[in-house]
Ligand binder design. Structure first.
Ligand code: TXA
Ligand code: MG
Length: 322
């Protein structure tokens, strides 16, 4: 049985590699969220990504590779800071933005002289990356502006008809998009919060990252405030306060950990029954989708503790509330 499964997985990887070689689109599993992948060195393939996602061309894409050596080749003269960060956190949920090498197409970086690169930590996608000879440009595999997918079903719901294949790697382990850090000489700028915290980055690099996560941030145009938005209005805050202005029977509650229960709410999801922030991150996007589809008229989301990956969860909830 184990052998059978192994054969099936490697057949899927070969098929995915074939599609990608032909310039077609394949959704790939990563530890953060599913990506919509194409040959990152082929302009036509990259254009298909923008088209399938309905994403504006001014919003650049992350390149994914399987080894630090391959990744560093995509940067122009990577410095010591880039080297330390990549060796410590890759494969893993950190994206590094730095001056690009000439081989990186302008379409991928949306004309910027900087490129975003990461090595994802999912065994199937690492095998796939080893089977091909080019990096994969991959934004999250959702339509522009909507919630990132953390299961193959989420991908199929939004993009099923538009892509050649979804490489099924099960539900994502982290559940939130990668932390993005920009390296300019010896300065670090945090462009997106994620699974790797600014404290960890500082500990490893010795440099305190400046946080610049503005909605109108020209460095990460994808961080528009209206991102990660469910179609229903979402309000974020302390639950007692939110319930003063919204009737419970119309509310879909997104609760964090153990605490009061609300049997009269229209709908309820609890991010983690034990109050574990990593479990909460893993469940966040799935529960937002479910509340969006369910009977509630509005979504009331409880803020989670502002520590570790909790900061990234609150960031996504804040964006979803605009
Ligand atoms: O976890 C992740 O990062 C996932 C998985 C699939 O790797 N990918 C992802 O991609 O979230 P995307 O495109 O949905 O978000 C990437 C963000 C966008 O906000 C984009 O503007 C920013 O990264 N970005 C990409 N290239 C950049 C660059 N050259 N300079 C600054 N920001 C960049
Ligand atoms: Mg995205």
């Amino acid at each position: 049985m184990a052998e059978e499964l192994k054969n099936k997985l490697s057949a899927n990887i070969s098929l995915a590699a074939e599609f990608l070689q032909k310039g077609e689109l394949v959704a790939i599993p990563t530890e953060t969220v599913y990506g919509l992948a194409a040959n990152g060195l082929n302009d036509d393939a990259v254009l298909r990504v923008f088209k399938a996602k309905e994403r504006p061309l001014f919003n650049p894409l992350i390149l994914h590779t399987h080894s630090v050596e391959e990744a560093l080749r995509l940067f122009k003269a990577p410095n010591e800071t880039i080297s330390i960060l990549s060796r410590t956190f890759w494969p893993g949920p950190l994206t590094i933005v730095a001056p690009k090498a000439d081989i990186v197409p302008d379409l991928v970086t949306a004309g910027s002289p900087m490129v975003a690169v990461r090595i994802p930590r999912h065994p199937l996608t690492l095998d796939l990356l080893r089977a091909i000879t080019f990096p994969l440009a991959a934004p999250s595999a959702n339509l522009f502006g909507s919630i990132s997918p953390t299961t193959p079903i989420h991908v199929k719901e939004q993009l099923g008809e538009r892509i050649s294949m979804v490489l099924d790697g099960g539900p994502c382990e982290v559940g939130l998009e990668s932390t993005i850090v920009m390296v300019e000489g010896c300065e670090l700028t945090l462009l997106r919060k994620g699974g790797i915290t600014p404290e960890e980055i500082k500990r490893v690099s010795g440099i305190e990252p400046v946080t610049r996560i503005l909605s109108e941030n020209p460095e990460a145009p994808g961080m528009l405030k209206s991102h990660y938005a469910p179609s229903k209005p979402l309000f974020l805050g302390e639950l007692d306060e939110l319930l003063m202005s919204h009737p419970l029977h119309e509310a879909g509650l997104l609760l964090f950990g153990p605490g009061d229960s609300y049997p009269d709410a229209a709908d309820t999801r609890q991010l983690s029954s034990t109050g574990n922030l990593h479990e909460a991150a893993r469940n966040l996007f799935r529960y937002l989708r479910e509340l969006d589809k369910g009977p509630a008229k509005v979504i009331l989301a409880q803020k989670v503790p502002e520590s570790g990956i909790g900061m990234a969860i609150n960031d996504r909830l804040w964006r979803a509330s605009h």
